[in-house]
Design a protein around this ligand. Structure first.
Ligand code: FAD
Length: 432
């Protein structure tokens, strides 16, 4: 008999909670990964950087596993079909995995658990992608927080060394199943094309972390960690990163807390997936002009900082956080386009796309989220540029023609758009 460890958003062998528990269970452990056709079939683009990233991470783990006489078994089908196949190939006693809190993942896991249960196979899952999850950080009265600052205060009060301790999986690698390696299907075999991306090593750069508080808002410089994608797919351990951030720069730790805050919001208020956190904001009469949306997507709005951000996103799969805030404000407030359109576009393009963070930040920008800035605070793209890209270096990099006649004329005049936005929001929100 064997135990299975199922990798999902935790693609690393070190400091992995679920893998650690599987290895300690006493049975040989077969690690698996499933290219889930229920997800892959919905992706609009056959060239997807996320798939390439996952494939690279699996290849890296496979090298290490094979060197230890073990292997990863990779499937390309629905999770239920993968387990139907696995139970015919191995005598499985238990399946281990780490928690995944997205609503579709919760449904997936409950279907898999039910299937395994009918065969007498247990399914064990563990906290791994956050320091605190679900209801671990609550108000005194047991309710979830909906405002970041008190949430982060309570989060820090609860923190102690225990929560940052690594799971020493390496001590138990001897319990990996010994067997001949299974081949990993190529990207082409699972229906995708190679999609190059800018790779950042899966480790916190101490220099960047040390100056993070002063550099993080300047898109022209390399002043943020770029670890978003690694946190998303678990190629870095959040425990190790939080431990380093705690020592190197508390402002960076705050950002990791924002990540957990939005995950907690999604957990406690799953209606945010489709609707505004503040329900009255669903009354907003969006203009939803499709032509303007297309220009925003392409980075041809005539606003250099907005266009620079969208072009960076389209070309690299990344956009600097400050610029994400500017383009999101521009879409929702200046163009009055439903935040869900922007959210969906980011979901398609971002290498570090994460449902909770993307949804929470889009709702923040549109003003309809928990703890959002008041709706009447509308970003002025010119002032934002003066403040955060004063020498136009970032703009120049992505929109080199910004000061030439060939450059697009602004698709909307900001002052007029701001007034229009305030009118429309006010009408939707009544007397607010
Ligand atoms: P750093 O500045 O180095 O921060 C370190 C880590 O902290 C990040 O990797 C991320 O995990 C976390 N973090 C930082 N800021 C935030 C934040 N505001 N909310 C949640 N977590 C944060 N982040 C995503 O991970 N996935 C998304 O899909 C996503 N969509 C966004 C959409 C909009 C409209 C906006 C305004 C922000 C979005 N963010 C998202 C948050 C933030 O922009 C990215 O996490 C950050 O830019 C990633 O770059 P970095 O790794 O260099 O971040």
């Amino acid at each position: 008999p064997v135990s299975i460890f199922w990798f999902r958003r935790d693609l690393r062998l070190h400091d992995n909670a679920g893998l650690y528990h599987a290895l300690r269970s006493g049975l040989p452990v077969l690690p698996i990964f499933i290219f889930d056709t229920d997800i892959l079939d919905t992706l609009p683009d056959r060239q997807d950087r996320r798939l390439q990233f996952i494939h690279d991470a699996l290849t890296g783990m496979q090298q290490k596993l094979v060197a230890m006489g073990s292997t990863l078994q990779v499937f390309h089908c629905s999770p239920l079909d993968a387990f139907r196949a696995l139970v015919t190939q191995h005598s499985i006693r238990a399946v281990y995995a780490n928690h995944d809190h997205e609503p579709s993942a919760i449904r997936r896991d409950s279907d898999v658990a039910a299937f395994l249960h009918t065969l007498g196979i247990s399914f064990h899952t563990f906290k791994d992608q956050t320091i605190f999850e679900r209801s671990e950080v609550l108000k005194d009265n047991g309710e979830p927080y909906t405002v970041y600052t008190p949430y982060s205060r309570r989060w820090k009060e609860r923190l102690n060394d225990f929560y940052l301790r690594s799971y020493p999986t390496e001590k138990y690698f001897g319990n990996l199943l010994r067997c001949a390696p299974y081949p990993i299907p190529s990207l082409q075999q699972i229906g995708f094309l190679p999609a190059p991306y800018h790779a950042v090593p899966p480790a916190l750069d101490a220099g960047i972390a040390a100056t993070y508080d002063t550099t993080r808002d300047l898109p022209a410089i390399n002043g943020t960690t770029r670890l978003g994608v690694h946190l998303r797919f678990g190629t870095v351990s959040v425990r190790q990163m939080a431990l380093q951030a705690q020592h190197l720069n508390p402002i960076l730790l705050n950002e990791l807390i924002w990540r957990e805050f939005y995950m907690a919001i999604l957990w406690h208020f799953p209606h945010v997936v489709n609707g505004s956190f503040k329900k009255e904001y669903d009354n907003i009469q969006w203009r939803n002009n499709e032509q303007e949306f297309a220009l925003w997507c392409k980075g041809e709005t005539g606003y250099p900082i907005v266009d620079a951000g969208m072009r960076e996103l389209n070309e690299t799969g990344h956009m600097h956080n400050r610029v994400r805030m500017i383009v999101a404000s521009f879409l929702t407030k200046d163009l009055l386009i439903d935040w869900r359109w922007g959210e969906a576009y980011f979901a398609e393009k971002l290498l570090d796309y994460d449902l909770a963070a993307n949804n929470g930040n889009w709702q923040w920008a549109a003003g309809c989220g928990c703890d959002a800035a008041p709706y009447f605070r509308v970003f002025n793209p010119h002032l934002q540029t003066q403040k955060f890209d004063p020498r136009m270096e970032y703009v120049e990099r992505w929109v080199p023609e910004y000061d030439q006649l060939t450059y697009a004329r602004p698709i909307v005049q900001h002052d007029m758009a701001r007034e229009r936005c305030l009118r429309v929001y006010k009408a939707a929100l009544g007397a607010v």
